[in-house]
Design a protein around this ligand. Structure first.
Ligand SMILES: [Zn+2]
Ligand SMILES: [Zn+2]
Length: 54
């Protein structure tokens, strides 16, 4: 069940994973493999600044 398309979070194309919490389809970069939650749902780090760690 590999779904490919555009990440709902960063817009990158590639294999997508479905967030357990919000149902968004995001790329491997934007999902937490352990929690299966996207970065938006995962923690409060998105709050107070959109800093992308690269
Ligand atoms: Zn992404
Ligand atoms: Zn999510």
């Amino acid at each position: 069940m590999d779904a490919t398309g555009l990440c709902d979070n960063c817009g990158k194309s590639g294999r997508l994973y479905t967030c357990m919490l919000c149902g968004r389809r995001v790329c491997a970069d934007c999902i937490d493999a352990g929690k299966r939650a996207c970065k938006n749902c995962k923690g409060g780090r998105t709050t107070g600044g959109t800093t992308t760690l690269r």
